[in-house]
Design a binder for this molecule. Structure first.
Ligand code: SF4
Length: 387
């Protein structure tokens, strides 16, 4: 980055931080979960299990959803990436001679860059009548072929549900298998995303209930998620229900804000998934963008071990030699010592001299150096048992 660009970048970061003051407490979420659920921790395991059940069998589950949604007189479109989706969408709108739609803001809408692309095609994205709406529901429900949403306002709810042409957009991972679990997730969304104890404006939409002269389409879009699905551990990140709680409680995100991400994905989840959704070269540094305090993993309502996954990413970049040459060299040297207790037991290591040789002074000046235990865990436990 050139000096001028760097100054602008820092200025923008500072402005965004002052616009959104620090809010690092989980008190509201804790209080509400204790009011609504008898055992909030058990509820998290249950929510994790429900989401995992969908992800473990994602292909079959999506096919069942397609069958059910079609039986309900809805139309399903499959899209690999953004351009594929946009081509199908524009074709549909042009066939119906639609010049204006109600496009509702959401993270997936932004990820797809929907509004600017529609404008480029000459389609207006704010329309006050109910001809057509494009909306991201919160969850798809496999066994009933229906969609669950919590609306931001009664006006939004009215516009979406009364539109003659309803277009829903959903990433491949935002589904659950069984409608009986919706009540649990509606509480989770209201507590973790809205910070209230009950979702006032929620609805389950089934195309069958839409009435004569209406049409309902759902676009199920991959947009890079199968790259994450193909990984052994990071696929756990696909359990995310996009509640945003991890972001609000992250001390790093609260310090740097959205600006450095240069992407619609931001916060702890972005640190894990962006290298896989975009590319390693430009996004691998994000997995080091954490102080590993564990706040994000602790608050996540579906138990995604975000901190562990960031460490997993670091390990993956190191093992696959995706890290910078210099960083790789430091990590290799450290690894050589840290996996061998007999080396760490040597005086030079204990007095902190060795680490100074491995880590350059420029890094030591700006960071606190780690302190290693004088004895191994094994020795400490053996002594405790003898006592
Ligand atoms: S990772 Fe967990 S806490 Fe963060 S947005 Fe997703 S579900 Fe919410």
């Amino acid at each position: 980055m050139k000096n001028r660009e760097y100054d602008d970048f820092i200025f923008n970061c500072k402005r965004k931080i002052s616009d959104s003051p620090l809010n690092l407490s989980s008190d509201i979420v804790d209080d509400l979960s204790h009011c609504v659920f008898q055992n909030p921790n058990q509820i998290k395991y249950k929510a994790e299990e429900i989401r995992q059940k969908f992800i473990d069998n994602i292909v079959d589950n999506l096919l069942v959803f397609e069958n059910k949604f079609t039986e309900n007189k809805g139309i399903v479109h499959w899209c690999i990436a953004y351009d594929d989706f946009f081509e199908q969408l524009v074709k549909l709108l042009k066939n119906k001679k639609i010049k204006a739609v109600n496009s509702f803001e959401s993270s997936f809408n932004m990820e797809l860059g929907l509004d600017p692309s529609l404008k480029n095609e000459g389609i207006h994205t704010i329309d006050k009548n109910n001809t057509c709406s494009i909306y991201e529901p919160d969850l798809g429900i496999v066994n009933t072929g229906s969609l669950f949403s919590i609306f931001k306002s009664a006006y939004e709810m009215e516009l979406v549900l009364s539109s003659k042409l309803k277009i829903f957009i959903l990433p491949i991972n935002k589904f659950i298998c069984n409608i009986k679990d919706i009540e649990l997730f509606s509480h989770i969304y209201s507590i973790y995303r809205e910070n209230v104890d009950f979702p006032f404006l929620s609805a389950i939409f089934n195309p069958n209930d839409s009435g004569e002269g209406t049409e309902s389409h759902v676009f199920i879009i991959d947009n890079g998620r199968s790259n994450i699905l193909a990984t052994k551990n990071q696929r756990k990140a696909l359990l995310c229900i996009d509640c945003g709680a991890c972001k609000r409680i992250c001390p790093v995100y609260n310090t740097i804000s959205d600006e450095p991400y240069n992407n619609v994905f931001t916060g702890p989840l972005a640190n894990v998934v962006l290298p896989f959704l975009e590319n390693f070269e430009s996004y691998k540094h994000l997995s080091f963008n954490s102080v590993l305090c564990g706040n994000c993993s602790k608050i996540c309502p579906v138990n995604i071990p975000l901190t562990d996954l960031m460490i997993e990413n670091r390990n993956f970049f190191f093992e696959s030699k995706i890290m910078d040459f210099k960083d790789n060299m430091f990590a290799s040297k450290l690894k050589k010592f840290l996996i061998d207790r007999s080396k760490m037991n040597k005086k030079s290591w204990r007095k902190g001299m060795k680490i100074k040789l491995i880590i350059p002074s420029s890094v030591r000046k700006t960071r606190q150096m780690p302190k290693f235990a004088d004895e191994s865990f094994n020795v400490i436990r053996t002594k405790q048992k003898l006592d």
